[in-house]
Structure formats: C-alpha cells, structure tokens
Design a protein around this ligand. Sequence first.
Ligand SMILES: NC(=O)N[C@@H](CC(=O)O)C(=O)O
Ligand SMILES: [Zn+2]
Ligand SMILES: [Zn+2]
Length: 347
Amino acid sequence: MNKSITIRRPDDWHLHLRDGEMLQAVAGYSTHFGRAIIMPNLVPPVVTGAQASAYRDRILAALPARMTLRPLMTLYLTEATDPADLRAAHAAGIITAVKLYPAGATTNSASGVRDFDKVRPVLEAMAEAGIPLCVHGEVTDPAVDIFDREAVFIDRVLDPIRRATPGLRVVMEHVTTKDGVDYARSTDNIGATLTTHHLVINRNHLLVGGIRPHYYCLPIAKRASHQEELRKAATSGDARFFLGTDSAPHPDRAKESACGCAGCFTAPNTMSILAQVFEEEDALDRLEAFTSLNGPAFYGLPPNEDRIRLTRHETPASYPTHIPAGDETVTVFDPGFPLYWHVEDPA
Ligand SMILES: NC(=O)N[C@@H](CC(=O)O)C(=O)O
Ligand SMILES: [Zn+2]
Ligand SMILES: [Zn+2]
C-alpha cells in the first residue's frame, strides 16, 4: 500500500501572480490552493483600493474554470498611502492585508518606504482596524552584508515599529534565518511565512560548482544551519509558522542574465516538495498545520472545508521544467531530488 495522507485544502499566504501575459501563463499553476495572499508589487504597484479591486478582477478572469483559488488582495504601502482609502478597502472586503517593502529591498520595490515615520499614521489605522502588515524584512543599507540584512532589519526596523504601534498584527514574510524564527517565537501578534524553496536550498545550492540563477531569490538563501532552523520551525506545528510559497515567476531571459533578478517559481510542485520535506523530518502529521490551519488561524479565517490527498508513489511525479509565457519561458523550481508525492485533488 502506498503511504498517503489527507489534509484540508492548503492556502498560499504569499504569492506573486504578476499581470498581463505572465498572469495568464502562471495563474493555472497554483493548483490545490484554496486562497492566496496576492502580492502587490506590480509595475506600477497596487497602491489604492480601486487598483486592488481591478487587479482582483483580472486575476479571476485569468484563473482556469477548474481552479478554486480565491485571491486575497493586498495594498503596497507607500509614504503616500491614504489611511482612509486603506480602511475603506478593508471594510469593503477588497483587501486582506498591507505589504511593506523597504524601498529598493527586492523586485519592484522602488515605491516602498524610506522613512518609517511617514507611515506611522497608516500603521496606527491598521492596528485599530486589525489589518495585518506583511513585511519584506530586509534592510537596504549598502553597508550591511546581504546575508545579514534580515537579522539587522529585525533590530533596526521591525522591533521598533512593533513597539511604536502596539496591537499591530505583523507577518514576517519569507523568513530565512534563525534570527527570524527566534524573533517570531519570542512574541505574540506575529505570524511568519516560510517558503518552499528556503526549506530545500541553502547558499551552497546557489553558489557551489557554478552560480544557479534559478535559486537566486530574496531574501537570499542562507547557510545550512539557518535552513535547518527553518525546517524545524515549519515542521514544529507552532501556529506562528505557515506556508507562503513566494512563488515569483520571471522570464528566463531576466534570470539568466549578467544581472539576474530574484525569485523562484515554485507554484507547480510546491505540495509535492513539502510532503517530501515533512516526510524527511518525520513530521507528515504536521503538514496540515503548516499548509492549511496555521495561516487561516492567524488571518482570522476558517480553514478550507474540502481536502486533498497526497500519496507517495513508487515512481516520481513529473512536472514541467519550463512553462511558456507569451514569447518567453519560465523555469519551474527544481528541488534537486525526485518527487514521489502525488497530489489527488479533491481527496
Ligand atoms: N522573493 C523574490 O526573490 N522576489 C519577489 C519579491 C519578494 O517577495 O521579495 C518577486 O516579486 O520577484
Ligand atoms: Zn519579499
Ligand atoms: Zn514575494
């Protein structure tokens, strides 16, 4: 008998679906997910409730009929964000959260925040209305080493913001360090997403034996000891930690370049990879908490009603290595090992 587990339908609490041709190309690959927090870092970014609503309509139109994915929209926080617009968009059910990118920290973050004092009134309005702030937690100070930028952000920015705005609910997005895991564990009112790829790769995968642009993402993969901590956190059952794939498609042309951009496209094979990781960690019984229970609990939403089944087959599942996107291709994340877990949807 093949080993198999049935879990509540998962959600993806951090997803990039992009827009235009790329949206058309990738929308059909976030299969198996009930809901997804949709990142607002389009060009130009999604900064008003009206833009979020229009973007949601474009996503719904791009989703294949067979898919159940419900997009949960976010606004991109800028120094010019109007607290009244944000509150209204939340009250109308258009947005679920607000995203903070320090200016210049990652892909399409040029409109992000430089002076955190300028967004204080918005953060206070969010704390009052219970709107979560999703944070890309890296400093952009050129003097700080890229491998230290998450840890320094916690001390210099995140902790001060949280102290100045008591009651603000924060999601530390794509945590990549022991420092991030420890900070999330040390406090309440906080959630932390972990990506699929950061559970699977460390900086050796990125750099040893040649530079692998498809493993380049931000925050950058850290040393193996940090990866170990992420795996422990994900498989611990601790309700603060939940899945945010950060599936971030880019055209291969833009990644395989002298200045390759950041982002891994993990949507197509995420659930198979995660089942394998949790099996390796002897924690298959905690996969459901990570993918399907902890996230909704943080966001104050019920878990999905229906279920999917994951079955371990003798032969590896096959996934496309690339998908077409207009005239371009997008490389699917290669975990570096065969994937024996197949998803049956519905269970
Ligand atoms: N994670 C990434 O490396 N890239 C993301 C942006 C982000 O989530 O920081 C993207 O939009 O491509
Ligand atoms: Zn990010
Ligand atoms: Zn992201």
